[in-house]
Write a protein that binds this ligand. Structure first.
Ligand code: KG4
Ligand code: ZN
Length: 333
């Protein structure tokens, strides 16, 4: 079955064509970073307008790159939530109209489940069950994935998401938005042990996270060291990244131990971080576990993961109707 996937939950307009066995025929992502960069974060109203401009060309490009005709598309999968309502509605309304006009089935995908499915897009996907850390700009959660359709939430952030913390620290250091990749690059030149930033909730049971204290601690450090900030910047980035990584690694390994999983995975924009991936891989090996990662192109927001999850929902008859709507908050809460 050939599925057209559409994603517009935040600031990327994405479309992809995916066939059986999660084979990605095309994946197109149109980023709005240039527009939001100057505001230091995503401006929802602007995001919606940019999605409207981008959606048709992005879908056309995905179909063209897949080398198929529109008639060959047998189903549509679109992100239904969580995300920015105005942004979601653009992709959702497009998918609804497209499927209705062509009289094909369509389904709404939970963005978090999409990220979990991104791990299945690799050449070496994990078997079920596995335990996954989803770390992005909007979420930091650990799920036990018992089967293709059973996602048990084990813990989540109580305040900022890990990617959001990267973005905020980048902003404090004057590095612009988004911050993950630039902080990682700067951190590579610094000493991760020089500044001891706090690691929250490590001594608590459970798998919840908190990154707001770490963010405030970095802000305080910057304020107190304004004279030699340029010299200290790589060390601040490295110390911050090490603090985030320590917590993410510890909690995922603990969660996998609790659920007796020998397979762990990381997904979401932050999973593109090489320092995190290397540390997680080492810790997994020391605990007799195997780490699975999505292909790099599918760490951040994309529509291939939405098509993959949607494919499964369509096969099960879990479809949307003309009066179906989007949702802003995750249903796991
Ligand atoms: O999954 P994603 O594209 O969108 C959301 O669903 O939020 O994740 C975006 C987030 C941003 O906060 C960005 O700073 C972060 O992922 N990110 C990174 C890296 N690349 C992107 N964080 C740490 N290291 C990276 N290399
Ligand atoms: Zn995402």
């Amino acid at each position: 079955m050939i599925i057209l996937g559409i994603e517009s939950s935040c600031d990327d307009t994405a479309a992809a064509v995916v066939s059986d066995q999660n084979i990605v025929l095309s994946s197109v992502v149109s980023s709005q970073v240039e527009v939001h960069h100057r505001y230091g974060g995503v401006v929802p109203e602007l995001a919606s307008r940019m999605h409207i401009e981008a959606i048709s060309p992005v879908v056309a490009k995905a179909v063209e790159q897949a080398g198929i005709s529109l008639d060959q598309i047998e189903g549509v999968a679109v992100t239904r939530g969580p995300g920015l309502i105005g942004a979601l509605l653009v992709g959702f309304s497009f998918a609804k109209a497209f499927a209705w006009a062509r009289d094909i089935p369509w389904t709404g995908v939970n963005h978090l489940e999409g990220h979990i499915y991104s791990t299945l897009l690799s050449d070496d996907p994990p078997e079920f069950p596995f335990t996954v850390l989803l770390a992005s700009g909007g979420h930091t959660s650990i799920f036990h994935v018992a089967s293709q359709d059973r996602f048990e939430l084990l813990g989540q952030t109580r305040d900022d998401a890990a990617g959001e913390a990267f973005d905020k620290v980048a902003k404090m250091l004057g590095l612009g938005y988004p911050g993950g990749a630039v902080v990682e690059k700067l951190a590579a030149k610094g000493d991760p042990c020089l500044i001891d930033f706090p690691r929250a909730l490590l001594d608590r049971e459970g798998f919840d996270f908190s990154f707001s204290g770490l963010k405030s601690s970095v802000a305080r450090y910057i304020q107190l060291n304004s004279e030699n900030l340029v010299e200290m910047m790589p060390h601040i980035a490295a110390g911050f990244q090490a603090a985030v990584t320590d917590v993410l690694v510890f909690k995922l390994i603990q969660a996998a131990r609790k659920t007796r999983s020998s397979r762990i995975a990381i997904a979401g924009g932050v999973s593109a971080n090489s320092y995190l991936a290397a540390r997680m891989k080492k810790e997994a090996a020391e605990n007799g576990m195997t780490l699975y990662l999505p292909p790099r192109a599918f760490c951040g927001d994309n529509a291939a993961m939405i098509a993959a999850r949607g494919h499964r929902l369509i096969l099960q008859g879990d479809l949307c109707q003309l009066d179906s709507d989007v949702f802003s908050r995750t249903r796991y809460l």
